[in-house]
Design a protein around this ligand. Structure first.
Ligand SMILES: [Zn+2]
Length: 629
C-alpha cells in the first residue's frame, strides 16, 4: 500500500488529493487516471441526473474507486496567502471562498473578487432592460447574452440569484411611435414585450426572476422623488417638473469619473441653458404632462417620470436599497447609471455615515458593463444603415450561431459583427453539435458493453483531457467570464471525440466507453454554462422520454442545414439532383464535371462529402460572405 498525492493548481491555491493505492482500481501508477476516478462521482451530477445509463454505470461497484473518505481530499492553500484573513472570509462567505469569481467593476476600474454584500449566498442582480417600442437589435442580444452567462455562472457556483431586468414602458420614443401608428402606448408596449421575450428565448437567455415595468411602479417612483425633495437633493420647478440637484451630492460622478463642470444638461451635448435648473447637469425626476401623453397624478401635478428614477425606484422595491450587481451596456455608464447611483445613494443614505459611526452598504457593489457592437468595423447605427434587428439576423442564421458569435469575444471588448463571422459561427456550431450527437450515440452503444480493463492510449488521454478541460473552463469563466477561452477549450475534446467515434484506433481503444462518457459530459457541461442547449436540457424538458436524449441536437442540426439551404437559395431536392448528377459523372470517370458540381455548391455554402454510404452534405461557410453584404 502506498499513498498517492496529487496537487491540482488553481490560481494561487489548489486542491490536494490524497488516496491509497493497492485496491483493484488503483494498482496503476497513472496519475491522471487516478484523479479522474476520484473526482468523478461528485463532478458529474448533471450527468447522473440526465441519463439512466449513466446512473447504472456509476453504481456499478466494480467501477467505483474505493477511497477512504477521511483521507481523500482537503483544502490546500499556498503558504504565502494570508491565513487569518482567509479563514475570516471563509466564515463570512464560504461559497465565494470556495469558488472564486472575478468580475471587472466599472466603478473601481479593476477586476475584483466577487463576494456578495450580505454574508450569505444570496445574490441580487439588476440589468437595465429595453425601452419597448421596436424590435431588439444585435446590441441588445449582446447585453442580455452577456448577463445570461453571468446569471448562469452565479447559479452554477451555487448562489441563490435574484435577477431583475426592467421594461421601460413609458418614454418619448414609445409615445411618438404609438402616435405614428395610431395605437395606444399599452398596445405597442405589449406587442414589443412579447417580441422581446421571443427573441431572448431563441437566443437561449433564461428569463429573469423579476421583470418590473415602470408604469407598475408609479407609487414607488413618486415616493422616491418626494424623499429626494425632502432630503434637499431634488427640487420642483413650480411648473410641474422635478430635478435632481447634482451639486447636493458630493460623490456625484464617482461611477463614470466625470467632473461636475464637464456635465451639460442631458449628457455630453451642449444644449440651451434651462434657467429653471440650479445646475446644467441637474436631471429630470418628474416631467410635467404634455398634451397627448400618458400621465399620472403626483404631488407636482400630472406628469410622468424621467428615465433614471424608474430604475432606482424599481431596484429599491424589487431588490432592496443595496444590491450586488448592476449591469448594462457600457453606454449606460453615463448619464443613466451615474444618475441612478446619485438618486439611490441620496434617497437611502447608502455609502453615507449613518451618524452612529456605521456606514450603510453601497447602492451597488459591482457595476458590470459590456462593450459595444460594431458592424463591419463601424459603429452600428440606424443612420449608417448597418443596423440589424435580432430577427433580421435569425431569419438567415440560427439564433445559437449568433449567440456563439457573441460568446467568441470577451463581453467587455468591442465586438465586430460581420456576416463572415456569422458564417463561421454557424459552421462551428454545426461541427460542435454533429460531434456531440455522434459521440452521444457512440457512448450509449459503448456503455451497453462495459470494459473492466483500465483505459489505455487515446481513451486514457481522453479521460485526462476531459478532466483538464473541466478545470480550464471553470477557470476561464471565473476570470471575468472569459467565454472565448472557455469555448476554445472545447476544440481538443471535440477532436478526440471524433477520433474515438471515427478512427480505427479510437474504436479499438480500451476504456473508450469511459472516455466518450467523460468527454461528452464536459462538452455538455460547458455548453450549458454558456447557455447553448445540450442533451441534458432536452431530457429534462421532455420528461419520461428516454429517446429525447439526442433529439434536440438533431433538431438544431436540421435547422442549421435548412437555413444553409435557404441562404443558398436551394431546396433539398436541388441537392439531391446535383448529387445524382455528380454520382453519374463519377461513374463515367468525368471528374471535371463532378468537381464542378461540388465546387459550385461549395461556393453557395453547401459542402458535399463522399463517404462509404454515398454522398452526404453539410453546410459550410460562404467564402465571400462579407464582400457580398
Ligand atoms: Zn436602468
Amino acid at each position: 500500500m502506498c499513498l498517492f498525492r496529487v496537487y491540482i493548481p488553481i490560481r494561487d491555491e489548489g486542491l490536494l488529493y490524497d488516496f491509497q493505492q493497492g485496491t483493484n482500481h488503483f494498482d496503476r501508477t497513472d496519475k491522471a487516471d487516478v484523479i479522474h476516478r476520484f473526482i468523478r462521482p461528485s463532478s458529474n451530477t448533471t450527468d447522473l441526473k440526465s441519463s439512466p445509463k449513466h446512473r447504472q454505470r456509476f453504481q456499478n461497484p466494480a467501477r467505483i474507486a474505493p477511497i477512504n473518505p477521511g483521507t481523500s481530499t482537503r483544502r490546500f492553500t499556498v503558504p504565502s496567502a494570508n491565513a487569518s484573513a482567509q479563514s475570516e472570509s471563509e466564515t463570512n462567505n464560504a461559497l465565494a471562498e470556495r469558488h472564486p469569481l472575478f468580475l471587472h467593476n466599472t466603478q473601481s476600474r479593476k477586476k475584483e473578487r466577487f463576494v456578495p454584500q450580505k454574508d450569505n449566498n444570496n445574490v441580487s442582480m439588476y440589468v437595465c432592460g429595453v425601452t419597448v417600442y421596436d424590435y431588439s437589435h444585435i446590441g441588445h442580444a449582446r447585453v442580455y447574452v452577456a448577463f445570461d452567462v453571468l446569471y448562469r455562472q452565479l447559479v452554477s457556483l451555487g448562489y441563490n440569484v435574484t435577477y431583475a431586468r426592467n421594461f421601460t414602458d413609458v418614454d418619448d420614443k414609445i409615445i411618438k411611435r404609438a402616435n405614428e401608428n395610431g395605437e395606444s402606448c399599452d398596445a405597442l408596449v405589449g406587442r414589443f414585450i412579447d417580441a422581446f421575450h421571443e427573441d431572448m428565448d431563441t437566443l437561449g437567455c433564461l428569463r429573469p426572476d423579476i421583470e418590473p415595468k415602470a408604469t407598475e411602479h408609479m407609487d414607488d417612483i413618486i415616493s422616491m422623488t418626494s424623499r429626494l425633495i425632502g432630503k434637499g437633493n431634488a427640487y420642483a420647478t413650480g411648473d410641474g417638473d422635478v430635478y435632481f440637484h447634482v451639486e447636493s451630492l458630493p460623490s456625484y460622478g464617482a461611477l463614470s469619473g466625470r467632473k461636475l463642470e464637464d456635465n451639460r444638461a442631458g449628457g455630453s451635448d451642449r444644449v440651451a441653458i434651462d434657467d429653471r435648473k440650479k445646475h446644467p447637469g441637474d436631471f429630470a425626476l418628474w416631467k410635467a404632462a404634455k398634451p397627448g401623453e400618458p400621465t399620472w397624478d403626483s404631488p407636482w401635478g400630472k406628469g410622468r417620470p424621467g428615465w433614471h428614477i424608474e430604475c432606482s425606484a424599481m431596484i429599491e422595491k424589487c431588490l432592496g436599497s443595496s444590491i450586488d450587481i448592476h449591469g448594462g451596456g457600457m453606454d449606460l455608464t453615463f448619464p443613466h447609471h451615474e444618475n441612478e447611483l446619485a438618486q439611490s445613494t441620496a434617497a437611502c443614505g447608502c455609502d453615507v455615515d449613518c451618524g452612529d459611526g456605521s456606514t450603510s452598504d453601497p447602492f451597488v457593489k459591482y457595476w458590470v458593463h459590456n462593450g459595444f457592437v460594431k458592424v463591419d468595423s463601424e459603429k452600428m447605427s440606424k443612420s449608417l444603415g448597418n443596423f440589424f434587428t435580432i430577427r433580421e439576423v435569425t431569419d438567415k442564421y440560427h439564433p445559437l450561431a449568433l449567440r456563439w458569435m457573441l460568446l467568441g469575444t470577451h463581453y467587455r471588448a468591442p465586438i465586430n459583427y460581420t456576416q463572415r463571422a456569422l458564417e463561421e459561427s454557424s459552421d462551428r456550431l454545426f461541427y460542435l453539435y454533429q460531434t456531440l450527437l455522434d459521440a452521444s450515440e457512440a457512448r450509449d452503444l459503448a456503455l451497453e458493453n462495459l470494459s473492466t480493463k483500465p483505459p489505455t492510449g487515446i481513451a486514457a488521454e481522453g479521460i485526462t483531457l476531459a478532466f483538464e478541460t473541466k478545470l480550464a473552463v471553470a477557470n476561464a469563466l471565473a476570470d471575468d467570464l472569459n467565454t472565448p477561452l472557455a469555448t476554445a477549450s472545447l476544440s481538443q475534446p471535440l477532436k478526440v471525440l471524433n477520433d474515438l467515434v471515427g478512427t480505427k484506433k479510437g474504436k479499438k481503444a480500451v476504456g473508450r466507453d469511459e472516455a466518450l462518457s467523460d468527454l461528452v459530459s464536459v462538452v455538455e457541461d460547458t455548453l450549458e454554462k454558456v447557455g447553448l442547449p445540450t442533451t441534458i436540457m432536452a431530457t429534462t424538458q421532455e420528461q419520461g422520454s428516454n429517446n429525447s436524449d439526442t433529439s434536440s441536437l438533431a433538431d438544431i442540426l436540421e435547422s442549421l442545414r435548412q437555413l444553409a439551404l435557404t441562404r443558398a437559395g436551394l431546396t433539398l431536392s436541388d441537392i439531391e439532383v446535383a448529387t445524382k448528377k455528380r454520382e453519374e459523372a463519377r461513374a463515367e470517370k468525368d471528374f471535371a464535371t463532378s468537381d464542378l458540381i461540388r465546387d459550385e455548391l461549395f461556393k453557395k455554402g453547401i459542402a458535399l462529402m463522399d463517404g462509404a454510404e454515398g454522398s452526404a452534405w453539410r453546410p459550410c461557410p460562404v467564402e465571400s460572405a462579407s464582400e457580398e453584404e
